[in-house]
Design a protein around this ligand. Structure first.
Ligand code: 26Q
Length: 814
């Protein structure tokens, strides 16, 4: 039975105020007058949570009653950001709560600003997961996230003397009002030990003498827009069943008595920064297995609560693997089906495949996960048996299809030959999934043709594309309230659920008044950003300058170095006294993995250029360069709405999709980009004249690599402008007292022949940038093109992307 609207929990603003008072009073033991911002944040959040919980219970009741198919999104990362404002907006209670609190002289916006980000992710992949949770709930799909309740999310970045330093991110040190703990529902996960004899013919196996890790679930409610559906993100903390080892304690060995517990709790201590492939491998494997196993047990339990056997699992459950990080789900689900339910191996493989699907997010060889076979065998002995059995049967299929093709067997095997042998997690994920998708048209094509051509030949029907999308509520409604208001005045509110309605702005763009409105909004957003940048860095920005923005993880393939070289060029030109068409701000933000030496040097270079510009009044009139520390979701929400130009300049073929490119275009920035990832689809959507594309295409990059034709020295010889930039970089101009700090970057560019071909694209980039600067002078023409970006990027909504997954991959009923 569905509740009638009048039976639903009403959101009553008066009740809300009372709840806030109650939480302050009884939760904190204070009077409202005596509260700090932190007390208020907690009380307001807990009051909001009451509404969320009501709706969450109601959503659950509905799903059970209908026995709807559920979707589970397994991800080692969820970059949620802040939740209070988003939750209130999604519940439709933002305005009401704001005014009721204003009556108590509480400024809701200021309270929201104090919320720490939940930064349980590195970048694109983690933020995508968060956008998808928003869309799942908004579309009314019973879809849930599963991950790890990291005590520390991605490190906090501080910049000292132009260098990145990492500080721990203790996002829930004071407790998080969004986490509902369930210590009463622990999950036991075995690890280590040994497997019984490899069962013949794939029969039921056994796993003995294992150690047990306990997973404690914690739920974060996720409200869809309109508040009708509230799903949850279930995060697990790792612990042991016992507080300490009583035997050791009684022997007086107090420290060792706690060791096991502490070593187990390390599993949910901290998020691995991406690119940290060296250190702590086994811990990362334990993290991957721990959360995957917790998730599967929980999913299977929920299903078997209602169904007698797991035979029909794929009819009611779809599990999406966010990259290969949860790929052990293939082996774990097989283990449950074969060992615990006694289902035959082949049938179990079928059920597993019909249930699981896998999204690939990267082609970078160094990011493709492999685990040494000895390590996997030690940590998960029974899983290794299952993987080998699966591989044996899979290779038999390959052999039947291509008899005698030994080389193909070697290429496709889940197990890579070598010393030691290694388990290829991508292959395991593909063998165990009915759908395999890339995240942009180009990337999915490259997955088919370059990453996995043998698999694509074997199962063409499994390979799909789902181009990424971003959540309109967070990235337009919340991040850019002024633009949202302007848009709503013209086309009403329908765009919040159906972003393609932004198309209806096309006609408004003919109206000079509307274009002036767009400019006013952009200027106000730039003013807001300038205030933040001044407070954070002391650099003062002119909101009338062209705001040229590159915000994302620092990585060589993303080529912040190319933008840095261009900034040096602008600097030298300004010193020459050559006037620029328009003053420009080059704004950068992003974190480098702690042990990614060259990426950290890039940050130093950006900071050094900033300092050099600041110390030259002549340059400062037309150029400012600034590196904003600690890029994170809440900072992105301020930077993105203020951008005029969006830098998306990765080496073609390397950026799987990008999602910042979508957020920036949606907020009216023009893309300055290579023909890479979703930039191509953005071009198709906004039209060639409304962005700047330059540089080598993916095929050209590939050809140049294949014939060894890239010569950085020749690029310099052919371009006097570039030569001058490189000379300046070689001089002490930017390094100052720091000597040859930039020598490693030069070494990378020239001696190591930079695999990302920065110098090959420099001239094309400079030319495109010059064109952009000239175009920016005509403010009205620019705002027309900016407006077209807003009007034409509605397709890049995560609602559209999630609907594609629902239709073509999860096979949900419409
Ligand atoms: C692997 C092993 C050990 C430690 C860390 C990792 C690791 C962690 C994170 C490897 C990769 C990641 C993250 C990858 C990622 O964010 N990829 C991005 O995904 C976005 C969403 O699809 C795309 O838009 C980006 O193009 C892609 O780079």
């Amino acid at each position: 039975m569905i509740l009638k609207p009048e039976e639903r929990v009403a959101l009553d603003a008066g009740d809300f105020a009372a709840a806030v008072r109650r939480y302050v009073h009884y939760g904190r033991g204070k009077r409202l007058e005596d509260t700090t911002r932190g007390d208020l944040l907690e009380a307001v959040s807990l009051a909001t949570r009451e509404w969320l919980i009501e709706r969450m219970l109601e959503s659950e009741r509905r799903t059970r009653e209908r026995d709807s198919k559920r979707v589970y999104y397994l991800s080692l990362e969820f970059l949620i950001g802040r939740s209070l404002e988003m939750s209130l907006r999604n519940l439709g209670a933002w305005d009401a709560v704001r005014s009721i609190l204003a009556e108590q002289r509480i400024d809701l916006e200021a309270v929201c600003e104090t919320e720490p980000d939940a930064g349980l992710g590195n970048g694109g992949l983690g933020r995508l997961a968060a956008c998808y949770l928003d869309s799942l709930a908004t579309l009314g799909i019973p879809g849930y996230g599963y991950g790890i309740n990291y005590e520390h999310g991605l490190f906090r970045q501080v910049i000292e003397n132009g260098e990145q330093h990492e500080r721990p991110d203790s996002w829930r040190q004071l407790g998080s009002p969004w986490l509902i703990q369930h210590p009463e529902h622990p999950i036991s996960v075995p690890v280590y030990g040994r497997a019984g004899r490899h069962p013949r013919g794939g029969g039921a196996g056994s796993w003995l003498d294992c150690r047990v890790i306990v997973g404690i679930p914690c739920d974060m409610p996720i409200a869809g827009y309109g508040g009708d559906t509230v799903n949850w993100l279930r995060l697990y903390s790792a612990t042991t069943a016992d507080e300490f080892d009583v035997a050791l304690f009684n022997q007086g060995d107090y420290l060792r008595a706690f060791e096991r517990k502490l070593s187990t709790e390390r599993i949910s201590k901290i998020l691995y920064p991406s690119g940290s492939t060296e250190a702590g491998q086994e811990l990362r494997l334990l993290q991957e297995y721990f959360f995957t196993a917790c998730a599967l047990r929980d999913i299977v339990r929920r299903y078997t609560d209602v169904h007698a056997s797991l035979e029909g699992l794929p009819d009611r459950v779809a599990i999406q693997l966010n990259d290969t990080h949860p790929a052990l789900a293939v082996a774990e689900l097989m283990r449950i089906l074969v060992d615990e339910c006694g289902i035959a191996f082949e049938r179990a493989a079928e059920i597993t495949r019909e249930t699981l699907s896998y999204t690939n997010h990267t082609l970078l060889p160094e990011a493709l996960e492999v685990w040494p076979r000895p390590m996997l065998g030690r940590v998960l002995p029974r899983h290794l048996q299952i993987i080998e059995e699966l591989n044996f049967r899979f290779l038999a299929d390959v052999e039947r299809r291509w008899p005698g093709d030994i080389d193909r067997l070697r290429r496709t095997s889940i197990i890579e030959e070598g010393h030691p042998k290694r388990i290829r997690m991508g292959h395991l994920a593909m063998v165990g999934s009915h759908a395999i998708n890339g995240v942009s048209r180009l990337h999915s094509e490259l997955v088919r043709t370059r990453l996995a051509p043998d698999f694509a030949a074997l199962w063409p029907e499994r390979f799909q594309n789902v181009t990424n999308g971003v959540a309109p509520r967070r990235w337009l409604l919340q991040a850019n309230p002024k633009l949202a208001e302007l848009v709503t005045q013209r086309i009403g509110t329908g765009w919040t659920r159906d972003l393609e309605q932004l198309q209806r702005l096309e006609t408004a763009l003919d109206d000079a008044g509307f274009r002036a409105g767009l400019r006013a909004v952009k200027r106000a957003n730039k003013q807001r950003l300038a205030e933040l940048v001044d407070a954070e860095t002391g650099v003062s920005l002119d909101p009338d300058a062209l705001f040229d923005v590159q915000v994302k993880r620092i990585h060589l393939y993303k080529r912040q170095l190319l933008a840095a070289l261009h900034a040096i060029h602008l600097f030298l030109r300004a010193l020459d006294g050559e006037p620029a068409p328009h003053p420009r701000v080059c704004l950068f933000a992003g974190k480098a993995a702690p042990e990614y030496f060259l990426a950290k040097r890039v940050i130093r270079l950006l900071c050094a250029i900033s300092r050099a510009v600041e110390s030259e009044p002549r340059a400062r009139e037309q150029l400012r360069v600034v590196f904003v520390p600690d890029y994170r979701v809440s900072l992105a929400e301020v930077i993105i709405p203020a951008a005029d130009l969006s830098e998306q300049i990765s080496t073609a073929g390397f950026e799987a999709s990008g999602t910042g490119n979508m957020k920036l275009a949606l907020n009216g920035a023009l893309t300055m980009g290579t023909l890479d990832g979703a930039n191509l689809e953005i071009r198709d959507a906004v039209g060639e004249e409304n962005l700047y594309l330059f540089g080598l295409r993916a095929e050209q990059v590939e050809a140049l690599r294949a014939n060894g034709g890239y010569d950085p020295h020749r690029a310099v010889a052919e371009s006097p402008t570039l030569a001058r930039v490189i000379d300046a970089l070689k001089s002490s101009r930017f390094a100052g007292d720091a000597g040859d700090v930039f020598a490693p970057l030069l070494h990378h560019l020239f001696e190591e022949r930079d695999p990302y071909f920065v110098l090959a694209d420099f001239d094309a980039y400079r030319a495109a940038q010059e064109q952009a600067a000239r175009d920016y002078v005509d403010a009205d023409a620019w705002s027309l093109r900016s407006g077209r970006n807003v009007a034409r990027t509605g397709w890049f909504s995560s609602d559209r992307a999630v609907r594609e997954y629902a239709d073509r991959i999860w096979r949900l009923p419409r």
